[in-house]
Ligand binder design. Structure first.
Ligand code: 5GP
Length: 197
């Protein structure tokens, strides 16, 4: 009988990974989950259509605008935001359940959402991921090949605005080299979990 009861289990923590689109948040989150067993990544709901290769329920829960409206009205979101014409939201019940289980809940969300969560959850830790330069950010967004020129321009404009918020975060991780940046992120997660990295 080694399993702890819920009263004994330490409460989990919330780790927010945010920053401009194209900074490489997704790759770093994948690395984090491979290396930190307590980490659990929330799957957001979105009205954005799936990109080739994206799987419903794995990358996102792809929902209609009507279903998104229903979830908003029902108070199902911990936070939600409109990003580049689509809506994205974190489902509250999943997050609460995993925190109660003692997991390190990882939210990969935009800076508007990050600010909402910080206001709600005192001990949430926010990490801002940045590309090494603005030129590199543009190159990465273009390389992904998923957006039109107009959409790319909009993403870069948003990035400029978001970069101004960098000082409000607990940590800034520069994604110049994925392995190095992942090590830094794992170190932050380990310290949050009360371990030395
Ligand atoms: P993409 O369409 O490239 O997958 O995501 C666009 C932006 O939406 C990214 O910055 C991503 O981090 C953000 N995002 C994804 N899920 C959520 C969410 O649940 N809430 C918020 N606020 N932003 C999200």
């Amino acid at each position: 009988m080694t399993e702890r009861t819920s009263a004994q289990r330490p409460r989990g923590r919330l780790l927010i990974i945010s920053g401009p689109s194209g900074a490489g948040k997704g790759t770093l989150v994948d690395r984090l989950v491979e290396r930190v067993p307590e980490a659990w990544v929330s799957v957001s709901a979105t009205t954005r259509p799936p990109r080739p290769g994206e799987v419903d329920g794995v990358d996102y829960r792809f929902v209609s605008p009507e279903e998104f409206d229903r979830l908003v009205k029902a108070g199902e979101f911990l936070e939600w935001a409109e990003v580049h014409g689509n809506r994205y939201g974190t489902l509250r019940s999943d997050v609460e359940k995993k925190i109660a289980e003692g997991r390190l809940v990882v939210l990969e969300i935009d800076p508007q959402g990050a600010q909402q969560v910080r206001r709600l959850v005192d001990d949430a830790v926010c990490v801002f991921v940045v590309a090494p330069s603005f030129e590199e950010l543009e190159r990465r967004i273009r390389k992904r090949g998923a957006e039109s020129d107009e959409e790319i321009a909009a993403r870069l404009k948003t990035a400029e605005r978001e970069l101004a918020l960098v000082g409000t975060y607990d940590y800034v991780v520069q994604n110049d080299d994925v392995a190095r940046a992942a090590d830094e992120l794992v170190g932050i997660a380990e310290s949050l979990l009360g371990r030395r990295s």
